[in-house]
Design a protein around this ligand. Structure first.
Ligand code: UP5
Ligand code: MG
Length: 205
């Protein structure tokens, strides 16, 4: 895809920081297409005939990062489908236009490099900053009804470890490039969204 025609914002933050919640609001106000890497992986896991189902299930339960070839292919296909619903195989990718929130990806430094090389560069990174105790409280609460295989105390602990050890360096990398918009995610969803909008207005005009 061409960086001039396609806008990508990575939406990052720890497990339960509120990435999905804020993306839903941004979609309504800005017309972005929201692509959650975790949601795409869960859909692929449940797709009949997928060769990756068992692998994805195992990685997610253990809070580990699924090999990037799988995730990047799912993201690229979803972007293509959003921009060219009719005949995705015949289009000239450099002519396609779209605006995307890529939620929960990249989670590892090499994934960031590979995505930018294979798909397109990120314009900004929205980073939702939330203390672990608050994220844990939210995830355990959601776990009562979510049915997510990783919303339990043991998986949550593993997800936190992966986030700190492997995913925070991605944020640091974009911070050094001046691309990070940091939002305090401890407040109510409305307050977090107001802060998001104010900062995006400053950065995107
Ligand atoms: N909530 C939200 N905002 C709140 C607020 N301000 N105040 C109070 N409550 C708030 O929110 C979580 C819960 O908190 C909800 O109940 C919400 O109502 C409440 P949500 O918006 O869902 O937060 P989010 O950050 O999206 O949390 P999520 O659990 O989705 O984060 P993860 O990053 O853990 O999950 P994801 O689906 O992205 O990834 C899951 C797994 O998939 C990973 O652990 C990994 O194994 C795998 N994965 C990969 O391998 N590669 C990838 O690229 C992506 C995922
Ligand atoms: Mg999410």
């Amino acid at each position: 895809f061409s960086d001039a025609n396609v806008t990508v914002i990575f939406v990052l933050g720890g497990p339960g920081a509120g990435k999905g919640t804020q993306c839903a609001r941004l979609v309504a106000d800005y017309g972005f297409t929201h692509l959650s890497a975790g949601d795409l992986l869960r859909a692929e896991q449940d797709r009949a005939g997928s060769q990756f189902g068992d692998l994805i299930r195992d990685y997610i339960k253990n809070g580990l990062i699924v090999p990037m070839e799988v995730t990047i292919a799912l993201l690229e296909n979803a972007m293509l489908a959003a921009m060219s619903p009719s005949s995705p195989s015949e289009v000239d990718k450099s002519q396609l236009r779209g605006k995307f929130l890529i939620d929960g990806f990249p989670r590892k430094f090499d994934q960031a490099l590979k995505f930018e090389e294979a798909v397109c560069a990120a314009r900004l990174v929205l980073f939702y900053d939330c203390p672990e105790a608050e994220m844990e409280r939210r995830l355990l609460e959601r776990g009562k009804t979510s049915g997510r295989a990783d919303d339990n105390a043991e998986s949550i602990r593993k997800r936190f470890r992966t986030f700190i050890e492997t995913s925070m360096p991605v944020v640091d990398h974009y911070e050094a490039l001046g691309k990070v918009v940091r939002v305090d995610a401890r407040k109510t969803p409305d307050e977090v969204y107001e802060d998001t909008r104010a900062q995006l207005k400053e950065r995107l005009g």
